[in-house]
Every structure is written in C-alpha cells, then in structure tokens.
Design a protein around this ligand. Structure first.
Ligand code: PGA
Length: 253
C-alpha cells in the first residue's frame, strides 16, 4: 500500500504575524512544484488567518495547533473547530505532548477534541508518545497503546481517513536526541498492529504515521527509509525556510 509522505511543521509558540508571513512566502517559493509529498504548516492562532490568505493557490496546507471541542459559547480563551474551518485550516494537531504535559490534557480530553474536529470535517494530526521515564521503565508500548485506544474511542472506521498519527517520543522532542529509525520503526509497527486490531487490516495499511522529535535535514532521509514511517512532524527545524525545505525535499538529498 503506497502512502503519500506527509511532512508538517509545528511552529509552536513562535512567529509574529510578520515573521509568519515572511516564512510562508519563502516556503511558497522554495517548495514550488514539489510533488509526491503532502506539506502543512501549523502557525500559532494569531497568524492562522493571514497565513491562510497567503497560502491561497498554494499546495501547502494549514494546520492549527489545538482546538476546543465545543462549537461556541462561554469558554474564554478557546477556539472552536468551526472557527478553524472557516478560515481555511485543513488540519489540527491534537494531543501534542506539550499540551498533555503543561496544560493537563488527558486522554479523555484528547478524544473529545478528536471527535469534535472530525465532526467539523477537519483532519487531525493525533500525537502520541512515551516519556523518558516510561521508556526506561519498559512502558513504551503500554503507554502508546493506551493513548491510541483512548484517543480513538468512538471514532468510526470510515472517519479514519481523516486521521494521521504522529508518534513523538517525548524524550526526543526539542532535545536533539532523535529516536533511531529502528526505534521509531518498532513503535510504528506496533501502532499499525493496534489500528488493525481496532479497525481492520485495510485501515491499518492506509493510516499514515508520522515520526516527530528532533527531525532535521540530516536525519530525515534515514527516518523516511524505515518502512512504516510515513512522514514527520517537525518542530524546531520547521522555523526556517531553508531547513524545512530540505526536510520536505528529502527525496532529493
Ligand atoms: P522538535 O519538535 O522537532 O523541535 O523536536 C517536534 C514536535 O514537538 O512536534
């Protein structure tokens, strides 16, 4: 089963509107004519609308970094799926480890967010991954399985086409310490088996699983050569056009 590689840049809490526009303008040029890979950027909320305008007629897609599950109402400080959809977001990142770690997102909250995004016809980059402590205690597979099963509760199989999974070992995020292609590949295989168990073989063969955690132009090629790694969720190296472009153009390296 051929799966289209998918590279997404998670800008986190970086880039003013001015800086965001500068970066996407550069990416539009450096990624012009790119094919055989899907590309998305995830600016902070304040930059989503201007970036969406800049990305009209471009193949680069737009992702938000979070949402709240209600459509509207008295939820000060939150942003709804409809609001994201309206301004042209195709994707939303849900369950990033920084949201789980610093903002108390539980598996149940992640699941509500995923179901809400799906209902609004947004596509989801659903992040899962173990901490260093969990890995050292031999809990990698049980943690990843719990996050996966709880996060996907109540999702119909036909909606799985809207979901991309990002395996991001927490110990590799922003640390410069990448999982080796073999380490990542092992967990990706495990995730795919679990998807088969939850849904079917066909769905498990179709679902794309990105790797995330200190992805750079130097290590992307080896990661992408690993069967079962279908793309990358890139943090730090997505903040400059040059390094993100080299990652997206990994086939040409
Ligand atoms: P990093 O972040 O590439 O800076 O490690 C990845 C992520 O958190 O998505």
């Amino acid at each position: 089963m051929e799966r289209l590689p998918f590279i997404a840049g998670n800008w986190k809490m970086n880039k003013t509107v001015g800086e965001a526009l500068e970066l996407v303008k550069a990416l539009k040029i450096s990624l012009m004519g790119i094919y055989g890979v899907e590309v998305a950027v995830a600016p902070p909320f304040t930059a989503l609308y201007p970036v969406a305008q800049e990305l009209k007629n471009s193949s680069i897609e737009l992702a938000a970094q979070n949402l709240f599950w209600e459509e509207k109402g008295a939820f000060t400080g939150e942003v709804s799926p409809l609001m994201l959809k309206e301004i042209g977001c195709q994707y939303v990142i849900i369950g990033h480890s920084e949201r789980r770690q610093y903002f108390g997102e539980t598996d149940e909250m992640v699941n509500r967010k995923i179901r809400s995004a799906i209902r609004s016809d947004l596509k989801v980059i659903f992040c899962i991954g173990e901490s260093l402590e969990e890995r050292e205690e031999g809990k990698t597979f049980s943690v990843v399985e719990r996050q996966l099963v709880e996060g996907l509760k109540g999702i119909d199989e036909e909606r799985m086409g809207q979901i991309v999974i990002a395996y991001e070992p927490v110990w590799a995020i922003g640390t410069g310490r990448t999982a080796s292609p073999e380490q990542a590949g092992e967990v990706h295989r495990f995730i795919r088996e679990k998807i088969e168990g939850l849904f079917s073989k066909r769905t498990s063969e179709r679902v794309r699983i990105q790797y995330g955690g200190s992805v750079t132009p130097e290590n992307i090629k080896a990661l992408m050569a690993e069967p079962g790694i279908d793309g990358a969720l890139v943090g730090g190296a997505s903040l400059q056009a040059e390094s993100f472009t080299r990652i997206v153009r990994f086939k040409e390296i």
